[in-house]
Design a protein around this ligand. Structure first.
Ligand code: NI
Length: 137
C-alpha cells in the first residue's frame, strides 16, 4: 500500500453545529471526526468534478429558506428565470410560518446546473441548499 502523508488542520465552528455533527458521526458509526470529515471532503470533490464534463445530467436542487428575508424571494425568482432552459419543474412547500422548502428539478450540463445551484444557495436567507445530479445513462 502506498504510504500516505497525513496533514492535520484546525477547524473552527460554533458549538451547536459541532454537537449536531458529532451526533451524526455517532449515528453513522464513524470512528472519529477525521474519518467523517474525509468522507465529506471526498463527496465535495466528487460533486465538484461533475462540473468538469459536458454530459447532460438531470437532478434536483433542494433549498430550505426563510421567505421573510428581505428580497430573497424576488432574487430567487429572477435567477430561476435566467435558467428557465434548465428548470423542468419546481415544487414549493410552506413548512411553517417562516420557512419554505423548494425542490427545483433540473436538467443540463453540470456546469450550468452548478452555476444555478451556487447562485441560489449563496443567497442571504437560504439556510440549506444542495444540488444532486446523476448522468442520464
Ligand atoms: Ni413558502
Amino acid at each position: 500500500m502506498e504510504d500516505k502523508k497525513l496533514t492535520r488542520f484546525g477547524v473552527s465552528m460554533d458549538e451547536k453545529l459541532l454537537q449536531s455533527f458529532d451526533q451524526i458521526i455517532e449515528e453513522k458509526g464513524y470512528q472519529n471526526r477525521s474519518e467523517a470529515v474525509r468522507d465529506l471532503v471526498r463527496d465535495a470533490i466528487f460533486q465538484h468534478s461533475l462540473s468538469k464534463n459536458n454530459e447532460i445530467v438531470a437532478g434536483a436542487i433542494l433549498l430550505f429558506y426563510n421567505h421573510h428575508q428581505n428580497k430573497l424571494v424576488n432574487e430567487m425568482m429572477t435567477i430561476q428565470h435566467d435558467y428557465h432552459d434548465n428548470i423542468i419543474a419546481t415544487t414549493h412547500l410552506h413548512i411553517d410560518h417562516h420557512n419554505c422548502l423548494e425542490l427545483i428539478v433540473v436538467k443540463g450540463i453540470p456546469a450550468d446546473l452548478r452555476a444555478l445551484s451556487d447562485k441560489l444557495i449563496t443567497l442571504k436567507g437560504v439556510l440549506y441548499g444542495k444540488l444532486t445530479a446523476s448522468p442520464l445513462v
